[in-house]
Write a protein that binds this ligand. Structure first.
Ligand SMILES: Nc1ncnc2c1ncn2[C@@H]1O[C@H](COP(=O)(O)OP(=O)(O)OP(=O)(O)O)[C@@H](O)[C@H]1O
Length: 763
C-alpha cells in the first residue's frame, strides 16, 4: 500500500470508528433512559418482574460503558468481499435490518481475527489491527492472509506493543491481541473439566478470564443464573486481576481465595510447617475427621444417678451405648443424630424408671396387681386409666409423667450434652487440634496438635468445610442467624420508612413502591424486601455455602490440596471447570504432583489437557536465567519460549551484609520515579521485601531478587519459589546477594556498582 493510499485508508478507518462511537453514545443515552423508566415504573408488573427488567437495563448500561475503552480493534476482509469490524461489544444497525456494524470478539464470526494465518486463512483475505489511543485510531497494520498484496508492518506489532508496554497496578485484558493458541482454549467447547498448563507468563490467567467472558457470552442461559466462581491464590492476586472481567462487560462473577470458601471466614495465614500443610491437605484427613466426630459421641465413664420424684435411677454406659448405636445407625449427621441419641436414652430411662416404680409388675393385665397399686399413684393417673383399669394404659400414663421429668432434668441434659454435644465445625477442629489425646484417638498425626487459640490457616478451611458435611447443620445456630437477618432487614426497612416519612408524608417512594402514609409496618416491609432479594448474584453466592456455580475457574491450581478439591467439587456438581496452573511452580507441600491424581476421584479420565508454550511476560534474557534453574529442579519440563527480547541483560551484584539495606534502597529510588511497577522479592525477614509466595501470579516491570541462596534453602520447594521470583519481571531483573551467588544463576551479568533503572546492556 502506498503511503498516500495508507493515509486515505487511515482517514476512512477513523471516520468509521468515529461513527461507531457516535452509535455507542446514542445507545448509551437510550439505555440510561430505559433504566430510569424501569426503576420508576409502577405499572401492573410484579416487583420481581420490575426488578428483573431494571437489572437487565442496568446490565445493558454497564455493557455499553465498558466499550469506551478500545471499542474497535480491527477489521477482517473475507475473500468473498464481506467486511467485519471486530470490537469489545456488538453493535447493530437497527435501521438496516440489524446489519452488524461491530462484531463482538466472542462471536463465531470474529474467530478468524485471532486464528487466521496465511497458511490457514479461513476464507479471509486480510486482517487489520488498529492501534488506538482513547477514541482515536492512531495507525493500523494490515496482514494479507489469503489474497495477494503487501502486508503493512508486522502482523504481531499490536502484540509487541502490548507486551512491551509498562504495566500498571492491575492486569489488562488482552482482547485485542489474543493469540491463536490462546483463542483455541478460550473458545473450547468442552462442558467438563479443562486443564490448561503453561510456564510462567504464558497467559494462563489472561486466557482463563477471557474464557469466562466467552462462556458468559456463548452459554449465558446456563451460566447467568448460577454465576461463575474464580479462585485465585491470594487477595492481592484477586485485586490484581479484578478489573479484567468488568472491562469485558462481565460482572456476575465471584472471586475467592481458597481461604474464603467457607462463608463467614476470611483466612489468609498459611501453615508454617510444610509437613503439617501436607498432612492437612491429604485426603487421609477424611478418616481423621470422621474418627474425631465419632470420638465426640461418648459414653459415661461411671453411672450417673438421676433422681426423679418417685425413684432414683442410673444412667450407665450400657444405656448410652445402645442409644449411640441407634443414633449412628440412623444415618443422620452428627448434629441431627443427636436428637435420636437423646430420644433413645430418655426412652430407655423412662422404661427403666416405670419398671422400677412398679417393681416390675406393670405390664401384665392382672387385676390383683392392679389392686395393689398405691391409691395415691392411681389418683395421679387420669380418668381413662381409672375407668379402664388397664395396666398398659396406666403404664403409658406413668411413662408420660416420668418422661416429663426426664425432659426437664438438668443433670441428665447436661450429661447428654457432654456425651453428644452439638458441634460447630470450628468447635470440632479447635477441640481436636487443641488436644494430643483427641488427635491420637482420631488416629491423626501428632504434628496436627497446635497451640491453643492459634489462628486458622488456609489449610484448615477445607477441613472446616468437610466438617459441615459430617456434622450437618446446627439448627439452633441456623435459626439464630435467620432471626438476625430478619432483624437486620427490619431495621433497614424501619430506616427506609423513617426516611420516607421524614421526607414527605404522602410521597410515593420509588424504592419501596408504597405511599408513606399508608405504610405497612417495618416487619411487613422487611418481608417484602426479602422476597425480592435485591442482593446481586455475587453477594448471594458468597454468603451461601450451598450455592453451586455454573462454572469454576481455578488459577494457580497446582497449589490446591486433595482436600481443597473436595470443597471446589462440592461447589460445582456439574463439574464444569477451567483449571490453570503449572506443576513446576508448585510451592505447597500439599499441592498437585499430577493433574490426573487430583482429578480422577471426581471425573476419572474425562478431562482434557491443553498447554500454552509462549511466554508473553518475561523477556528471553531473563527467561534464560530462569530456564537454567528449571533444568535443575524439573528437568522434564520445557521452559516457555519468550515472545520477545528486551536487550537488557539481568544482573547480579554482591554486597556486604551491612550494605544490603542501602543497595535495596538504591534500587527502589532508581525505579520509583519511572512509569512502571517494581518489587523487591526475598526472605520475609528483610525489611521492605516481599516473599516469593506473595508475588505468585503477579508481574512487575522491574524485579530485584534478594538473597537467592536463602530462597533456595527455605523449605523443600525453595527452587520453585526462586523460579517464581525470577519470572515476575516484564523488563528488568536484578539480584542482590551477600554470600556466594548460587551456581545455577551464573547466567547473570556480574555488576560491581549500583545498576540504574535505565541501565541497558545490549547483548
Ligand atoms: N495475547 C496476549 N496479548 C497481550 N498480552 C498478553 C497476551 N497473553 C498474555 N499476555 C500478557 O502476558 C502477561 C502474563 O500473563 P498471565 O499473567 O496470564 O500469565 P500466567 O501464565 O498466568 O503466568 P504465571 O504462571 O506466572 O502466573 C500478562 O501481562 C498478560 O497480559
Amino acid at each position: 500500500m502506498s503511503s498516500q493510499g495508507y493515509d486515505e485508508e487511515l482517514r476512512s478507518e477513523r471516520a468509521y470508528v468515529d461513527s461507531l462511537y457516535g452509535r455507542l453514545d446514542a445507545e448509551r443515552a437510550r439505555a440510561a433512559v430505559a433504566f430510569d423508566e424501569a426503576v420508576k415504573s409502577q405499572g401492573n408488573s410484579s416487583l420481581a418482574e420490575r426488578d428483573g427488567f431494571a437489572a437487565a437495563r442496568a446490565r445493558e448500561v454497564g455493557r455499553l460503558n465498558v466499550a469506551d475503552n478500545g471499542l474497535c480493534f480491527g477489521r477482517l476482509d473475507a475473500l468473498s468481499g464481506e467486511r467485519t469490524y471486530i470490537g469489545r461489544i456488538g453493535l447493530f444497525d437497527e435501521e438496516n435490518d440489524y446489519e452488524p456494524l461491530l462484531m463482538d470478539w466472542r462471536a463465531p464470526a470474529a474467530k478468524p481475527f485471532y486464528c487466521a494465518t496465511p497458511v490457514s486463512p479461513d476464507g479471509m483475505a486480510s486482517r487489520r489491527q488498529f492501534h488506538t489511543r482513547g477514541r482515536k485510531v492512531v495507525d493500523f497494520t494490515e496482514e494479507m492472509l489469503g489474497a495477494a498484496g503487501e502486508s503493512t508492518g508486522r502482523g504481531d506489532a499490536a502484540l509487541m506493543a502490548a507486551v512491551s508496554a509498562p504495566r500498571g497496578a492491575g492486569m489488562q485484558d488482552i482482547v485485542a491481541t489474543i493469540q491463536a493458541e490462546q483463542d483455541e482454549i478460550i473458545r473450547l467447547d468442552h462442558a467438563g473439566v479443562s486443564v490448561i498448563e503453561g510456564g510462567p507468563g504464558t497467559g494462563k490467567t489472561a486466557v482463563a478470564l477471557h474464557r469466562v467472558a466467552y462462556l458468559l457470552y456463548a452459554k449465558r442461559e446456563r451460566l447467568a443464573r448460577r454465576g461463575v466462581l474464580v479462585v485465585g491464590p491470594s487477595p492481592g492476586f484477586l485485586t490484581y486481576i479484578g478489573r479484567v472481567l468488568p472491562s469485558l462487560g462481565e460482572t456476575d462473577v465471584v472471586f475467592a481465595t481458597p481461604g474464603d470458601l467457607v462463608p463467614g471466614l476470611r483466612v489468609t495465614a498459611e501453615e508454617t510447617d510444610p509437613e503439617v500443610q501436607r498432612i492437612k491437605g491429604s485426603s487421609a484427613m477424611l478418616d481423621v475427621l470422621a474418627a474425631a466426630v465419632a470420638d465426640r459421641q461418648g459414653l459415661p465413664a461411671a453411672a450417673v444417678e438421676i433422681g426423679l420424684s418417685d425413684i432414683t435411677i442410673e444412667f450407665d454406659a450400657e444405656v448410652a451405648e445402645r442409644a449411640r448405636a441407634k443414633a449412628r445407625a440412623s444415618g443422620l449427621l452428627h448434629n441431627e443424630a443427636r436428637a435420636v441419641f437423646r430420644e433413645a436414652v430418655l426412652h430407655e430411662l423412662g422404661e427403666l424408671a416405670v419398671d422400677r416404680i412398679g417393681g416390675g409388675w406393670l405390664g401384665a393385665d392382672d387385676p390383683e396387681i392392679l389392686a395393689s397399686i398405691p391409691a395415691e399413684m392411681l389418683r395421679e393417673l387420669d380418668e381413662q386409666a381409672r375407668e379402664t383399669n388397664e395396666l398398659t394404659v396406666i403404664r403409658e400414663e406413668m411413662l408420660a409423667q416420668v418422661r416429663l421429668e426426664l425432659d426437664a432434668h438438668d443433670r441428665l441434659s447436661a450429661e447428654l450434652d457432654r456425651l453428644w454435644p452439638t458441634l460447630t465445625p470450628r468447635r470440632l477442629l479447635a477441640d481436636l487440634f487443641g488436644s494430643a489425646e483427641r488427635v491420637a484417638a482420631a488416629g491423626g498425626d501428632p504434628a496436627l496438635v497446635r497451640a491453643e487459640g492459634a489462628a486458622w490457616t488456609v489449610s484448615d478451611v477445607p477441613l472446616l468445610d468437610e466438617a459441615v458435611e459430617l456434622l450437618g447443620e446446627d439448627r439452633a445456630a441456623a435459626e439464630a442467624a435467620a432471626e438476625q437477618r430478619r432483624r437486620d432487614a427490619e431495621e433497614y426497612a424501619q430506616g427506609v420508612l423513617d426516611a420516607v416519612v421524614a421526607d414527605r408524608e404522602d410521597v410515593i417512594d420509588d424504592e419501596i413502591g408504597l405511599i408513606a402514609t399508608d405504610l405497612l409496618d417495618a416487619a411487613q416491609l422487611a418481608e417484602r424486601q426479602d422476597e425480592r432479594d435485591t442482593r446481586d448474584l455475587a453477594e448471594r453466592a458468597v454468603e451461601d455455602r450451598d450455592w453451586t456455580y455454573g462454572h469454576v475457574v481455578v488459577d494457580e491450581a497446582q497449589e490446591l490440596s486433595e482436600m481443597d478439591w473436595r470443597v471446589l467439587m462440592r461447589r460445582c456438581p456439574s463439574r464444569s471447570f477451567t483449571i490453570v496452573g503449572d506443576l513446576a511452580q508448585r510451592r505447597s507441600a500439599a499441592g498437585a504432583r499430577s493433574w490426573g491424581d487430583m482429578l480422577s476421584p471426581y471425573v476419572a479420565d474425562r478431562w482434557i489437557y491443553r498447554s500454552l508454550t509462549v511466554n508473553y511476560r518475561t523477556p528471553s534474557e531473563i527467561m534464560a536465567v530462569a530456564a537454567a534453574l528449571l533444568a535443575e529442579f524439573a528437568p522434564e519440563v520445557t521452559p516457555p519460549a519468550s515472545v520477545r527480547a528486551s536487550g537488557v541483560r539481568p544482573w547480579a551484584r554482591q554486597v556486604d551484609a551491612d550494605g544490603l539495606a542501602a543497595a535495596i534502597d538504591e534500587f527502589v529510588r532508581a525505579e520509583a520515579p519511572g512509569e512502571g511497577t517494581f518489587v523487591v522479592i526475598g526472605p520475609s525477614d528483610i525489611p521492605g521485601v516481599r516473599p516469593p509466595s506473595a508475588t505468585k501470579g503477579l508481574e512487575f516491570d522491574a524485579v530485584l531478587v534478594v538473597e537467592p541462596d536463602r530462597i533456595l534453602d527455605e523449605g523443600p520447594r525453595g527452587a520453585a519459589e526462586l523460579y517464581v521470583a525470577l519470572t515476575r519481571a516484564t523488563q528488568r531483573l536484578g539480584v542482590l546477594h551477600t554470600g556466594a551467588l548460587p551456581e545455577v544463576l551464573n547466567g547473570l551479568a556480574r555488576e560491581k556498582n549500583p545498576v540504574s533503572a535505565g541501565h541497558r546492556r545490549f547483548l
